[in-house]
Ligand binder design. Structure first.
Ligand SMILES: Nc1nc2c(ncn2[C@@H]2O[C@H](COP(=O)(O)OP(=O)(O)OP(=O)(O)O)[C@@H](O)[C@H]2O)c(=O)[nH]1
Ligand SMILES: [Mg+2]
Length: 398
């Protein structure tokens, strides 16, 4: 199947505390899916997402970075974000561009400041959330204790989607398996708890399940799974080691088969009118490539070679090279010219971008952070409800 349909797209932000392993995880996902031929590392300073010389020198991310890969019939757009609180603005901005927040937790250090903050902010943004516990290969990790802490902190909706097995060298997926080895908890019990939680979303399915006692098929579980994710009734927990690759095929499958496509995610909170105006009204962007264009700029970069670059998520319509676009309420349109997808530091020129795509346009001075791009005056005065950004801890005059 072609990956160039909106239903085949997934948009995922990797968020969480510093050193949780987000950039390494992005690298491992890209390599395992065949998007890059060899896997770089933080230590060698050659990852796709930490490409800035300062990031290489410091060994952690300073900016959000975008990269995509194909898995099964899905094209997955990843945004790797920095975890240290000083750079929270970059991670918060990325939440406006995705349907799924993948909250990465370091198995060695557990729940940290940015874990809690990103769990809260992604819930406030109404995103589907998944928790990934990384570094299961490391020494001195207590995974059952960490799962208990996650549930105490974020609720019983945090449910196991897989379990580590063979001393963390592997994981066993729980939707499709009700028996097998695991390092802790029973596969049968965790499987049953997961299925019970999902079927509760669909009365007919629940009645049949209780009547027949047999597990519903993967197809039957798909819609109630998405419903549970959207409502926050289910926050799946997955285990991985970005270093050894344990749990990576299962995570790739979960992203392709279970993470919402743009028609399944919660709609982004657009409104028509001005911020604070009581007469403004909600606006539903429909992820249909044949409608008027609506795209939201969630990041602006000053590139020494290409100049000012607006990075956006398409929410409605199709942007082509020749599309005239308006920025916000501007009277005059600009011609797109070159249209890009980003792969770390590389700009990949493309002909068109559809709802669910993340792309970039260069050299348009009027493009600012948080602006809306559109191709018809019908969509003048449309804005995305902003998330609260943290107050600067220190003032600095430039
Ligand atoms: N043992 C082990 N180490 C890992 C794993 N994943 C990442 N690391 C190491 O953890 C450190 C931090 O990894 P990063 O990928 O930079 O973490 P990050 O979440 O991107 O950090 P920020 O960009 O600061 O938010 C590096 O030294 C990685 O090599 C893992 O699965 N196992
Ligand atoms: Mg990083």
């Amino acid at each position: 199947m072609s990956q160039n349909n909106t239903v085949n797209l997934r948009t995922v932000a990797l968020v969480g505390h510093g050193a949780a392993g987000k950039t390494t995880l992005a690298e491992t996902l890209l390599a395992s899916a065949g998007a890059i031929t060899s896997r770089g590392s933080i230590e060698k300073g050659n990852t796709v997402c930490d490409f800035d010389p300062q990031e290489k020198e410091l060994g952690h991310s300073l900016n959000s970075a975008i990269a995509s890969f194909d898995w099964l019939d899905a094209k997955i757009h990843l945004i790797d974000t920095p975890g240290y609180p000083d750079f929270a603005g970059q991670s918060i901005g990325a939440l406006a561009a995705v349907d799924t927040a993948l909250i990465v937790i370091n198995a060695q250090t557990g729940i940290e400041l940015s874990t809690e903050r990103m769990m809260k902010l992604s819930a406030a943004r109404n995103l589907c959330r998944m928790i990934v516990i990384n570094k299961i290969d490391a020494e001195n990790v207590d995974l059952p204790k960490l799962v208990g802490e996650i549930r105490d902190c974020f609720g019983r909706e945090c449910m196991l989607l897989d379990l580590p097995a063979h001393h963390g060298q592997d994981v066993v997926e729980l939707l499709g398996h009700d028996s097998g080895d695991s390092d802790f908890e029973s596969v049968a019990t965790a499987h049953r708890a997961l299925i019970d939680q999902i079927v509760e979303e669909d009365e007919d399915l629940l009645a049949r399940y209780l009547d027949e006692g047999a597990d519903p098929s993967a197809e039957e579980l798909h819609a109630p799974f998405e419903k549970a994710l959207r409502a926050g009734h289910l926050i799946p927990i997955l285990f991985v080691s970005a270093k050894t690759g344990a749990g990576i095929p299962q995570l790739l499958d979960a992203l392709a088969k279970l993470a919402p496509n743009p028609t399944e995610g919660n709609p982004p909170p657009f409104f028509k009118g001005e911020l604070g105006d009581p007469n403004s009204s909600p606006f539903d962007a429909i992820p249909d490539p044949n409608r008027h264009v609506l795209a939201h700029v969630f990041k602006v970069v000053s590139d020494p070679f290409v100049g000012k670059l607006g990075v956006f998520r398409v929410h409605q319509g199709t942007i082509k090279k020749e599309t005239p676009l308006f920025v916000g309420d501007a009277k005059r349109a600009f011609k797109v010219g070159h249209l890009y997808r980003l792969q770390g530091k590389d700009y990949v020129e493309v002909e068109a971008l559809i709802p669910g795509d993340i792309g970039a346009i260069a050299k348009v001075d009027e493009i600012d952070f948080d602006c809306v791009l559109h191709d018809s005056h019908d969509e003048d005065h449309i804005h995305l409800t902003p998330l609260e950004f943290p107050e600067p801890m220190q003032g600095l005059a430039v």
